[in-house]
Ligand binder design. Sequence first.
Ligand code: K7E
Ligand code: CUA
Length: 661
Amino acid sequence: MLFLTGRTPRRATAAALVLIGLLTGHAAAQSMNDVQKIAKDRGLSTADLLAAAKTYTPSGQKDDYIMFSSGGHSGQVFVIGVPSMRHLRTIAVFTPEPWQGWGYGVGEEILEEGYVDGKANLWGDTHHPALSETNGDYDGQFLFINDKINARVAVIDLRDFETKQIIKNPLTVSDHGGTFVTPNTEYVIEGGQYSVPWGFKYAPISEYKERYKGSVTLWKFNRKKGRIMEDESFAIELPPYWQDLADAGKLASDGFIFMNSINTEMATGGIEDKKPPFEAGASCNATDFMHIIDWRKAEEVYKAGKVTRIEGFPVIMLETAIEEGLLHVTPEPRSPHGVDVAPKGDFVVVSGKLDPHVTIYSVKNIKAAIANKTYSGKEPFGIPILDFDSVIEAQVEVGLGPLHTQFGPDGYAYTSLFLDSAVARWTLGGSYGSGTPEPDWTLVHKTPVQYNVGHIGVAEGDTVTPDGTHLISFNKWSVDRFFPTGPLLPQNFQLIDISQQGTEMPVIYDMPIGMGEPHYAQIIKADKLNPWKVYPDIGWDPATMTLDPMAPKAKMERVVRNGNTVEVYMTAIRSHFNPEHVTVKQGDTVIWRITNVERAVDATHGFSIPVYNINLSLEPGETATIEFIADTPGTFPFYCSEFCSALHLEMMGYLLVEPAD
Ligand code: K7E
Ligand code: CUA
């Protein structure tokens, strides 16, 4: 209401003004004096008021951007509006989530796809969400995310914001350089991290060099099916370094994957045997290696059958990759972390955590070096090394602990500085030169952040046309920014306004994240998303994204016994379940089908049965099938767990399990 005076219709009558006052709960005669008084009372500066005006989003007004954030070790994805920084939803992915019924009646089959060697792993460590792309631009259709702890990849359909698939990597149990997508989402790419023997089988650490393996997996995505096709996917063997972050080329670099590595020392850890600990052993070399992979060539090699099946999965062996000329490396400053491709695809920016510079590689030079075999040697496994001096374009000193880089539309690049706790703005040169008032390849400004920034995200940042209005700093520590919630404090997402040039780059909002440690997030224009308001028709199964022919419908509710199996066909509508009594015998197999037959937006019903650990969320039109053995006799009131109507408390029924004689 800051600027109500400006919005009031000029010919408003006194009565209308009184009415506005009553409706909004504010006196009609607001003015900037009131704003000033409140600002004074609360100790707010003009900058604070400006920040509020840029972020405050009145009731009913919606955000311009939607951010999909990794949920870190919550195993989920967070959906957040920008610039309001309002948390809109959590999407259940690797971790059961009762509000969505995820893992408490539905989603179990999908969670089971992610079991590792038959073991339930009901959490994940999500790092890098990737929106599906068409011609290098976010298209708002799908979202992918990796799980670093078990090397899994999930597919989320953005029609209903639900997880549809979890795929376990058969070769490794550790990933990091993923997910990211090729410019038309042909592949979802998952790079490994900590090397392990194939299939994470046992091999003593003394056999590290011989038996431990690095890899990158190219998961073929079928947009029509909305699924990764495991039998059209393949991997490439890489040296047993620890492959780290990666990015796909686009435009000028279309067809390439750029992937960092750390621990090219192949350190195996120390302590008891007096060898250096990993931290030191993996940081000896002055340079590590960026892998440059020609994925189109790799696809041809895979299609030509030049693969070895390992754990049943096709792998282009390292030898073949070298022979076919699809794999090169080039040195990169020590302990690199982020690798990010500029919007036109012509530059690749790498940050070495232990080097205050960002190093910018020229894709033109990389292509020339590959074509002319401008090698400075071979790394220990025989991969040709592209001569560093012939492929770099520039180095810019940005500050301490550079990690990740994002790009604006105007020739600015932004790099997070972990040790400095700051976000650096610097200028690109080459084809981006003259977009900014400052000279090419120079540091322009650093905005301090609170504290220990990991990734940063720019609106539409990974596309060929970044928007560059907002940047979010994903800070690991919040220290003194919020009320202390015990020793465990939230992370801090800080919104930075990057819409002005030069040194004007203020923090305008702090958002605490008190549920897991997010790493990266992608930010898409809200109008590119077109989620369903209700499911297309009554009886819709979100797991298959089709109508379920077995779905209960109105007037077809019943309980059918067939030997020891009881089938329940139930509907839910405000404010009753039908049937309301279900009687079974102890030991019966119960197949319970339930449909929410509502068509009204937001008319979600829950369905919860005590003791049996069941809780569903049924959105309008949705059907679900749950199955259990009625092994515990007793009287179990089931009820709707979403406050849906005035008589919500009455929306209940009884499951009666008669004891076996
Ligand atoms: Cu830097 Cu996993 Cu991308 Cu965390 S990673 S910050
Ligand atoms: Cu349905 Cu509460």
